[in-house]
Design a protein around this ligand. Structure first.
Ligand code: URA
Ligand code: SF4
Length: 218
């Protein structure tokens, strides 16, 4: 049996509106079954900077837009403090459907980290977005996004504050070979971390976003 992936659902022309429409038909892994809808990337198709999160959360699954829940609010604040604006950025996720488990009483949907198989299955969408948007700077928010593009051995903590490049990974378009890459923590990690460490981890996220801004060609 061949491994299922999103590849066969990707339309031949990689522009953002076509991709965003086609992603709703994707059956590249099992995650579409329980989610409300796929959540594609959002932002200008000619954005110079792309931010990649993990997967939509509960709020994003309902709204159909990335980063509109609590993690998105924290990210907005970090973007602002880094001297950037959200509107010109293209925001997306490594995985396009929300993975969750029901809480004990079944009232809440609790985020579950996508498996490596699901990340790899969904990755053709991210490759297609990279090709369509051709960002000059890519920010990887958290381990899932970082491992999706940098390889499964990649450790965010070992590479904070560095200007990286995308590896020559099968599927990464040649047109983004020169893009600068910054790997940082996920905004949810700031929210989930111990409260006495929150300010410091928020500051470190802001510093990494500032670096990403500085890496944009003048
Ligand atoms: N967390 C993510 O990684 N992405 C979202 O869109 C929302 C929360
Ligand atoms: Fe397709 Fe990705 Fe959704 Fe899986 S998570 S069904 S690969 S869009």
């Amino acid at each position: 049996m061949t491994t299922r992936t999103a590849a066969e659902f990707i339309p031949p022309v990689h522009d953002v509106p076509r991709l965003a429409a086609a992603v709703q038909t994707c059956r590249g892994c099992g995650l579409y079954e329980n989610a409300t809808q796929a959540v594609f990337g959002s932002g200008p198709a000619a954005a110079r900077m792309m931010l990649v999160g993990e997967q939509p959360g509960d709020r994003e699954d309902l709204a159909g837009e990335p980063f509109v829940g609590p993690a998105g609010r924290l990210l907005d604040k970090a973007i602002d403090e880094a001297g950037l604006e959200r509107a010109p950025l293209y925001l997306t996720n490594a995985v396009k459907h929300f993975k969750f488990v029901a809480s004990e009483r079944g009232k809440r949907r609790i985020h579950k980290t996508p498996s490596r198989t699901e990340v790899v299955a969904c990755r053709p969408w991210l490759f297609a977005e990279l090709e369509a948007v051709e960002p000059q700077v890519v920010v990887l928010l958290g381990a899932t996004a970082a491992k999706a593009l940098m390889g499964s051995d990649f450790r965010v903590t070992a590479h904070r504050g560095e200007a990286l490049r995308l590896p020559a990974l099968d599927g990464i378009p040649a047109t983004v070979r020169d893009a600068a890459v910054v790997a940082t923590i996920h905004p949810s990690a700031v929210l989930r971390g111990p409260s006495d460490a929150r300010e410091e981890s928020f500051r470190s996220l802001v510093a990494d976003l500032r670096l990403a801004g500085d890496l944009l060609p003048a």
